[in-house]
Structure formats: C-alpha cells, structure tokens
Design a protein. Structure first.
Length: 359
C-alpha cells in the first residue's frame, strides 16, 4: 500500500516529522527516501535545534540539541577544510560562518553540518579585517543577503563603508557609507552576532555603556539606541525573541539577576521576562559573573549558556499555542552520559537552526 501511496501526499506527511524521525524514514526504502528529500524543508511547527561549536581551537565536530526529545547529537565536521566560527543561520539548514585563519581579511562561508556541505563565498570587494557581519533571509525562499560593515583596511584605517552579498547574484557590491563613529565602534566593540527585525539589522556595542547600532536596509540610514540599564549591565546580547517583528536584549548584573527586554515604539524597551532568583543564582554561581555567558534566541525558545558541559538556562513556551513562557535548566552535552569529548567545560558559540537533510 505504501508503495502505491501518492508521492506528493506522502511527502506532505513527512513534512510534519521532526528531523530525527525524518532521518529514520529516509533509511526505510528508496521510495521513502525520495519522498523525505522532497519534504526536507523544515516545518516551523518544530522548534529549531541548538548547534554548539567550540569557541576556539581546531573544530572537529559540533554538538546539536534536539529540543523535541532533549537529546544531544555529535556531528563530525571533518568535511570542512578550514577552522570556522559560526555567526548565525540563514535558513535551509545553512550556517553562515567566518574563517578563522592567519589571513587577516574576512572570508565568509556557508555550511550545512547535517548534509555535510561547505561553500566558500567570494572575497569581499574591498578586503577588511574584523568588520561587523549581519544577514537577512527572504522569508521561506532560498535567497539571503549578507552585510559587512566597518572593519579596518590598509594601515589600520577604519573602513566607513558597507558591502552586501546577495545569494541571487552570487557576488559582493558596495552598499553605501556609514558614520565613522559607528565604523569604529562596530570594529572594536562589537561581537559578530546580529539580529534582523522590521527591515533593520542591529548590532550590540559595548564601548563604556552598552548601546545598539541599527542599519535600516531600505533607507540606508543608521541610528543608535541606548540599552536598558546600560550602565549597570555586566553582560548583554541581542537576540530574536517571541515576536519576530522585534529584537530582544538579554542582560545580567551581579548576583544572578538577569532580564529580557524587547524593543518597542522606536527607542523604548519593554521588560518581558526576568530570570527567577534561584535559577539565576545557580547558573551565575558557576562562573561568579555573567561575563562568560552567551545567548541565542528564536520565537520558540531562548538559551543562556557558557560552556558545553554545564547546564543551560532556557526560556521557552509552556505548551503549544501558549502565551506563557517558563524558565528551566537543561543539561549540557555531558548530561546524557556519552563521553564523546575529553573536556566539556570549553567555551562554545551556538546558533539556532532547523535541520535540512537534503542538498
């Protein structure tokens, strides 16, 4: 009966399976494999996976947390010919990353750790070191744009220009200028993580007090937004939150106090979540400060973490269709009893993405 089942109907059924179940279905027979590949665009009904990579040193593998089953998986990365550092996900299971090498000029690549694909993007139109990188995906389509702002070139001169890579054209082009002050701050005081919402790409800067720099893609204009509690925050990062039309900011102060804000009405921040005192102190006490904490988020969940083996602090929806979110602790990679790495307390970088198993 299953062999005579219409291909398009079976593919539609497979589109509702989580990635682990879909992989099992693909191994059943060639007919199911063809159906599963045609339905491999991930369903947004499933929460994205957390993909963690060591923050420094040679990267031989990465570690993926399946939130549906709370299970970690080890994914070998030996197919990648370079050391890389993840910057984010651009959809279709692709991670955008930068090469970590002795070459000073930025090089960007795309990687799918599930289908073992690696693609190096062309060189920038103007070589530059340590610029800020942002990106925009085009809804459910396969196209995306990568923006590179600031950086240094030549004799340590700050580059006050912007370049953009459009996947439909396959090349870089000049995209305008930027205030020199922002170029300096995005080069010196900005981690490479960015968040896109409402047609604007945002970066966090930490010169003196925390603030947010935004680039409106449509108008080509730049603006600055002061971070909430900017003078008090010991650590802060921008994230995607429950509302995809807003950006979020997660920040912490001493003794485990941490909050989540969303940017509303232009330059105003609204408090939308607070880490429970006991959970915050338990998480914070491992390091004695928030300084080593990193965070990634989506409309499904928000993860706070510091290293691979320690517990992660997660803010997630209490149930399907629920507007109420809860804070929970989730075991790190060492929590499932598999000794696949010699040392678990290594700093990590992470991204959230929905796995795609096909090319």
């Amino acid at each position: 009966m299953w062999n005579e089942f219409p291909l398009d109907l079976l593919a539609h059924v497979f589109s509702y399976l989580p990635p682990t179940s879909l992989a099992r279905a693909m191994s059943t027979c060639t007919h199911w494999q063809a159906c599963a590949r045609s339905s491999s665009t991930p369903s947004h009904s499933h929460p994205p996976w957390l993909l963690a990579m060591p923050a420094r040193g040679s990267i031989q593998c990465c570690y993926a947390l399946d939130p549906s089953f709370q299970r970690w998986h080890c994914l070998p990365l030996r197919f990648i010919p370079h050391s890389i550092r993840p910057l984010g996900a651009v959809g279709l299971g692709l991670i955008i990353c930068k090469l970590v090498s002795s070459v000073s000029s930025l090089r960007i690549a795309l990687c799918n750790p599930f289908s073992k694909q690696f693609h190096l993007l062309p060189c920038l139109s103007k070589p530059r070191s340590n610029p800020a990188v942002g990106f925009i995906t085009s809804g459910n389509s396969s196209s995306f744009r990568v923006f590179v702002a600031g950086g240094t070139s030549g004799a340590c001169c700050y580059e006050s220009t912007l370049e953009v890579y459009d996947s439909r054209d396959g090349d870089w082009r000049h995209a305008g200028t930027m205030p020199v002050e922002f170029a300096v701050r995005l080069t010196v005081w900005t981690p490479n993580e960015s968040v896109h919402a409402g047609g604007t790409i945002y970066w966090m800067t930490s010169a003196r007090a925390y603030s947010v720099v935004g680039f409106d893609v449509g108008s080509g204009s730049w603006r600055e937004v002061r971070a909430p509690m900017a003078d008090r925050l010991e650590w802060a990062v921008l994230v995607q939150t429950r509302d995809v039309e807003r950006i979020g900011l997660v920040g912490g102060v001493c003794e485990g106090e941490a909050c989540v804000w969303e940017l509303v009405d232009g330059d105003e921040w609204e408090l939308v979540g607070e880490v429970p005192v006991e959970l915050g102190r338990r998480f914070w006490s491992r390091k004695g400060s928030w300084g080593a904490t990193r965070c990634v988020g989506s409309d499904k969940a928000l993860y706070l973490f510091s290293d691979l083996g320690s517990e992660m602090l997660v803010w997630r929806s209490e149930g399907k269709g629920s507007d109420q979110w809860e804070w929970v602790l989730v075991q790190g990679f060492s929590g499932n009893g598999e000794a696949l790495i010699p040392k678990c307390n290594i700093p990590i970088r992470a991204v959230l993405l929905r796995p795609v198993l096909s090319s």
